[in-house]
Design a protein around this ligand. Sequence first.
Ligand code: AMP
Length: 408
Amino acid sequence: MNDILPEDVHKWHSVEDRARYIFELYGFSEIRTPLLEQTELFARTIGEDTDIVGKEMYTFIDKSGASVTLRPEATASVLRAVVEHSLLNQDSIQKLYSMGPMFRYERPQKGRYRQFYQINVERLGESSPLCDAETIAMAYDLVDAIGLKNITLEVNSLGCQKCRPVFRKQLKEFLQEKRDMLCKDCSRRIETNPLRVFDCKETACQEAIKDAPRIEDHLCDACRSHFNDLLQTLDALGIPFHKAPRLVRGLDYYVRTTFEIKAEGLGTQNAVAGGGRYDGLVKALGGPDVPGVGFAFGMERAIMLMKEAGPVNKGCFVVIQGGREIYRSAMALISDMRSSGLQAQAVFEKSMKSQMKRADKSGYLVCAIIGETEVAKDMVTIRDMRTSSQVQVKRALAINKIKEMIMA
Ligand code: AMP
């Protein structure tokens, strides 16, 4: 679990702001749910035989004896809220997003933490593959908008209740032959959830499934047509993709579409967002039988990649020299700067040298200097921190000049 320090927080804000902006362009609204839910909610929706439910949940008994769990993902909580507040009665299409921390007791490593933040999108009430494509496009827009490089989109179809059991049977037979090569978990999964073997990170298991049957070859007509429509729509939207026949993802509720967006520079934990279709999940939670599709975007991984670019602080540090009267005059200007939307800071009654040092450290591109001479002439000295060049401008024009220099 990490602290998020002030030097990074502006990056978090910029990703969150971008997400809000993009999602609202697509007609989505924010929903906020509690961090804590009844344990049963996750066990029932995510699947008993997933790593999340089997090994990774922070579960405890509260003072009333109830088993509660810190949410390991958002979909179950959001759908619970939709059902509890009968939102689908108000509008049969719900387009929702949420942001916040998730908790999984995983082995911490680069890009994998025990408390991590996700931006989540849930879209209920539409079963069309066009809806899958638009949802993927929205995820792609976000990853693209924050400047991540060499983005790749992987898509797969996991079939439905009709065709998946046939495939599962074939896969089971294949895996039984390979049992000796599989790790202990996968050996157990042959009976409980053979598709999960595709997701195992063990080299021996990956080797064993090299020639495993592919789900794409077993899709029923409806699932095949859904998948083809999705791929054609992604093409039409100009979103490049790869088909990934082994992409099953770590949650059991997906049907048909699953996808992951990867970005360069993340090493093995290279998925920055992932999701898919989960028709049937709202019904399983006691709600109406409506289809759904969604994704989760990992904040830490995105921020890690953005960090390399370094911060650009667009504000003005005001260096002040003189007595109280000069300070008051400078504070009035700082107040005007803030009213006009310009970030501004000063420190009070410190030496010129120490103020200049702070101005340097602030990372701001511009610094304004106000001393007795400036106040007497009703001028402000403006210093470009990148070039150290200075100009004097009339006080009434100072804010516009600073904004102009910041934009240059
Ligand atoms: P999931 O909820 O497992 O479908 O994951 C969706 C996205 O959340 C992943 O692509 C990651 O970007 C992020 N994520 C999942 N687990 C972790 C974790 N333990 N630490 C950091 N990010 C994570």
